[in-house]
Design a protein around this ligand. Structure first.
Ligand SMILES: [Zn+2]
Length: 229
């Protein structure tokens, strides 16, 4: 059983989008598994072998368990077989919280967050989390598992987060983790880390913090007034 299960379509997605939060959760004593669906072999930079090594290094630095699946890059689709695969992962790890890329993104072809694999993973995980708790799916052999919360990361630019994590104290360590993906440092003309810092500064500004990572949850969150007092 783990506290947190993160699904990432490609080797760098979780670290680039929510890596500082993941670090914070781990350093605060939570357990986490990162399940990466592909080796990112269709990307512009890096061989699949190199990307796999980078992913392992990033997970080692964070203290996160890594589970790699055998999906093909650019071929993640929402279908029954793939839902079963991810539901099997959920039943194996029994997480209390699941993270996945947001399921809808109307960004242009130039917007990296709108990669079809990202949205497809969000859709698949939503279905898989539901399948994981059903008792009557004969193809699923492990014990059913109801995950309480599904939280989305990698939000489209048009969606304001309704949850943010203050990661101001973790930016240095997060940059060290993100830099494990050496092959991807050529993205955005070599300024990818600056871009990712700027995104965190923007989310931080929304909440009056220096740096934050943004998330979206679809079910109402129960709160007590203590949270705001
Ligand atoms: Zn990606």
């Amino acid at each position: 059983m783990v506290d947190i299960l993160v699904f990432g379509p490609h080797p760098d997605d979780a670290e680039f989008s929510m890596g500082a939060s993941l670090l914070k959760f781990i350093r605060e004593g939570r357990t986490a598994t990162l399940c990466v669906l592909t080796r990112g072999e269709s990307g512009t930079y890096g061989t699949p072998e190199a990307r796999e090594e980078e992913m392992k290094e990033a997970c080692r630095k964070m203290g996160v368990n890594l589970e790699m699946l055998q999906f093909k890059d650019c071929q993640i689709f929402d279908n029954f077989a793939n839902r079963l695969t991810l539901a099997g992962v959920i039943r194996k790890h029994c997480p209390r919280v699941i993270f996945a890329p947001y399921h809808t993104n109307h960004g242009s072809h130039l917007d990296g967050t709108a990669h079809p694999d990202h949205t497809a993973t969000g859709i698949l995980v939503r279905s898989a989390a539901r399948y994981a708790k059903f008792k009557g799916i004969a193809e699923l052999k492990q014990k059913p598992w109801p995950t309480r919360h599904l939280i989305y990361y990698m939000l489209p630019k048009s969606l304001k987060p309704n949850l943010v994590v203050d990661v101001s104290d973790y930016m240095t360590e997060w940059e060290e983790v993100a830099s494990s993906h050496q092959s991807q440092m050529q993205l955005r003309s070599g300024a990818v880390l600056k871009y990712l810092r700027d995104v965190r500064a923007m989310y931080g500004m929304f909440a009056g913090r220096q740096y934050a990572e943004g998330f979206f949850i679809e079910e109402p969150v129960v709160f007590d007034i203590d949270l705001f007092l």
